[in-house]
Ligand binder design. Sequence first.
Ligand code: 3MF
Ligand code: MG
Length: 433
Amino acid sequence: MTDFFRDIPKITYQGPDAATDFAFRHYDPEAVVMGKRLEDHLRFAVAYWHSFAWEGGDPFGGRTFDRPWWGDDMAAAKAKADAAFELFAILGQPYFCFHDADVRPEGASFAESRRNLEEIVDHFGTKMEETGTRLLWGTANLFSHRRFMSGSATNPDPDVFAYAAATVKSCLDATQKLGGENYVLWGGREGYETLLNTDLARERQQAGRFLSMVVDYAHKIGFKGTILVEPKPQEPTKHQYDYDVATVYGFLKEFGLEKEVKMNIEQGHAILAGHSFEHELALARDLGILGSIDMNRNDYQSGWDTDQFPNNVPEVALAYYEILKGGGFTTGGTNFDAKLRRQSLDAEDLVLAHVGAMDVCARGLRAAAAMLEDGGLEDARTARYADWDKPENAGLLSADLAQIAQRVEDEDIRPEPRSGRQERLENWLNRFV
Ligand code: 3MF
Ligand code: MG
């Protein structure tokens, strides 16, 4: 035991009238919704990087947090792991997610970094066995170190491509060893700052080849999890290749990977791309590539990726609506890719941020389930498109323009505009949230 979380009790479900802040008011892991326990629906994960590696810096100032595990040796890495598993136990989080750089010190060589990772992975293995916590996904940090400043797979320097490939191999091996249920690739610096120095076509080919190598290696080692790509339109690079779900789908199709790779969709990234979270989720679901989510909240004014903990039930309800409509998560889950505000210094801030987020997600999921069970939206949508089922329209999509033009004149077709009923549907939605 470390003493970082001393005096903080294990969080349990105590209902909406709980007498303490250190309780779940809505997240009852055992409650059954649509035939499944809430814990099994939501599949919550703590993100190691924000909760244990992020120091509270912003572009104008450095570290604000004081943590007993700061340090760059293996002892510090193990102290950090011990504190992390204490948080998982306090929250009853079934899962966590990590990058190599969050959990191990950087070595003097690639081989030393790999050995450091392997040592900490063994430590994780023991802790996971003791506590029952599982790994939702593993990933490689291919964006923080200065060697990756011009990209990893898309770097103009083949040595960096090679270093990135070796790094992903070591992280896939680690994920496999820990029974990880997914492996994520976020192309943090796979993009460019200026076209003046960038060969777009070449960089896209490199990225496609890299992803194919990752998929092939996952097959080779018998990895049963899902390979996920996480779209984001910009930040840190100005133009990021994995802009949004639609862009990534086109990329996957080009390289023949659309059956091999799914999406890890983040709320804040959707907002930065000028979409809503539910838009990205619905599109991915309809394309058959919805994998997992990074749940957070983006500031709507700042234009930065603020990675705040979710606190908006109607937004979250719409997100889970799209997920439940697709049958819910399989290997995916709800990873809190969210960080404290830099003034939130205390251990209890870290705990309560997760408690609140888990409650918000539980409320959102329950509302989404009630909306689906009521069927109001689906009925309205079915009615809106019902004319496509009429016999006279059966051949419309297989006809050609000339045939259609003939029919429009023969039948003197005069379309009558009909209400989209948005306000009525918004009123309906508000009954559930
Ligand atoms: C950045 C992110 C990332 C990814 C993670 C997966 C640092 O905006 O969302 O978090 O989730 O890197 O590789
Ligand atoms: Mg993310």
